[in-house]
Write a protein of this length. Structure first.
Length: 405
């Protein structure tokens, strides 16, 4: 007898229940993204909304990369691929890592994933047993806490205070550790704040991991977009190569968000186990996508630097447009493709400001509260529109804030 989604309970049929794990991935309530979704609906209805919410490029993937992708498809590279990633692509990623870090990497230290998000999930799955905790620094990229829960772990949020430039407070992190804490998840350059973590704080964080036997998962998607200072991968610090997993991707560096091509760098034995996970989940990345990524890393000189320069120019245009406006204070980003604004002087929360701004000016921004508690009273601006439109939008935001104080 088939029950088609129902089970017998006594003499009655009752609905089948989903697992606690899948039901717990996304928390309840408004996480601040309602402003973005409403703006999308308004734009779809034909209203002239300026979208400064999501970090997706307004430029296309370079034509040479797309040509390489098409050539691979035309050559018939459409079948199953190596679940770890092609040897050529893994070697290219390893050369990239070796050229940029002291620790270096070889093929056995690399697994290719469907974007940075899958790399993050794989990394957390590798180091967390069900119910174990992971420190997540707040503010955090929107999926971080969700991904910890998806990996059956618990997220412990530790704030990086705004008045400290959103830099990690190592003492606060250590005080937050619990008996079952297995890992710390960091992101530098940081989304949403643009903070590039200071080398001395990263060294203190590495010391903490070594003393307490913790894994460090480092999301480094914006490592090529540093505007002020120098990016330091914690994997380079003494003793950390064997307890650090680094998440990378071509999404931000080469404007390939839709191609979904990322990777994890880590100890060979961990990477081998992540191959087991890939066999049961993604089963590899399309070969033509990998060939496009290989072209991006080996034959598309200048694309990455050009994209980084584009966002530096846009940042300068945004700062000039804001000037010294009352009611809004710039939190200068050290890296990434975003700008944080402190609007606490207006007396509004980030959500209230963003909602009223959208209604009055048809400009959509992300409330800081969308990324945790530490960015409350802030806005995140994605620098993902042309300079002229960005200058106009930021000037209007400055005027809007001025009228509130």
């Amino acid at each position: 007898m088939e029950l088609s989604g129902m089970e017998l309970s006594g003499t009655e049929l009752s609905p089948m229940k989903l697992s606690r794990r899948i039901r717990a991935v996304v928390g309840g309530g408004d996480d601040g993204w309602s402003v973005h979704y409403r703006a999308q609906a308004m734009k779809a209805a034909g209203e002239p909304v300026v979208m400064l919410t999501v970090g997706d490029h307004d430029i296309k993937t370079d034509a040479s990369i797309l040509d390489a992708m098409k050539a691979s498809m035309d050559a018939g590279n459409l079948g199953y691929s190596n679940v770890m990633g092609s040897d050529a692509l893994r070697d290219a990623i390893a050369r990239r890592v070796t050229a940029r870090t002291a620790a270096g990497a070889a093929r056995e230290n690399i697994i290719v994933t469907p974007g940075g998000q899958a790399a993050l999930f794989a990394s957390l799955t590798a180091v967390l047993d069900p119910g174990q905790s992971c420190i997540v620094l707040d503010p955090f990229y929107a999926t971080f806490a969700q991904t910890v829960r998806a990996a059956a772990g618990r997220a412990i949020l530790v704030e990086t205070p705004a008045d400290q430039g959103f830099q990690p407070d190592i003492g606060a992190i250590e005080r937050a550790l619990e008996a079952d804490t297995r890992a710390i998840l960091i992101n530098s350059p940081n989304n949403p704040t643009g903070a590039v973590y200071d080398p001395d704080r990263l060294e203190a964080l590495a010391d903490l991991c070594l003393r307490r036997g913790l894994w460090l998962i480092s999301d480094e998607l914006y490592e090529a977009q540093v505007h002020d200072g120098v990016h330091l991968s914690p994997r380079d610090l003494a003793g950390m190569a064997d307890r650090c997993l680094v998440v990378g991707s071509l999404s931000k560096s080469h404007a390939m968000t839709g191609s979904r091509l990322g990777w994890v760098v880590g100890p060979a034995e961990v990477i081998e186990r992540l191959g087991d996970l890939a066999t049961t989940t993604t089963y590899g990345i399309p070969g033509f996508i990998q060939d496009a990524g290989l072209h991006a890393l080996t034959r598309a000189d200048g694309i990455e630097a050009g994209i980084a320069a584009r966002y530096r120019r846009r940042l300068q245009a945004a700062l000039a447009a804001l000037g010294n406006a009352r009611g809004v204070r710039v939190v200068p980003p050290q890296g990434g493709m975003y700008l944080m604004l402190d609007i606490r002087e207006t007396g509004l929360t980030g959500g209230e400001f963003a909602t009223r701004l959208l209604d009055a000016e048809r400009i959509a921004v992300m409330p800081g509260e969308s990324f945790g508690h530490a960015a409350a009273g802030h806005l995140r601006i994605a620098l993902t529109v042309p300079e002229a439109a960005l200058r106009d939008a930021l000037g209007r935001i400055a005027d809007f804030a001025r009228n509130l104080v």
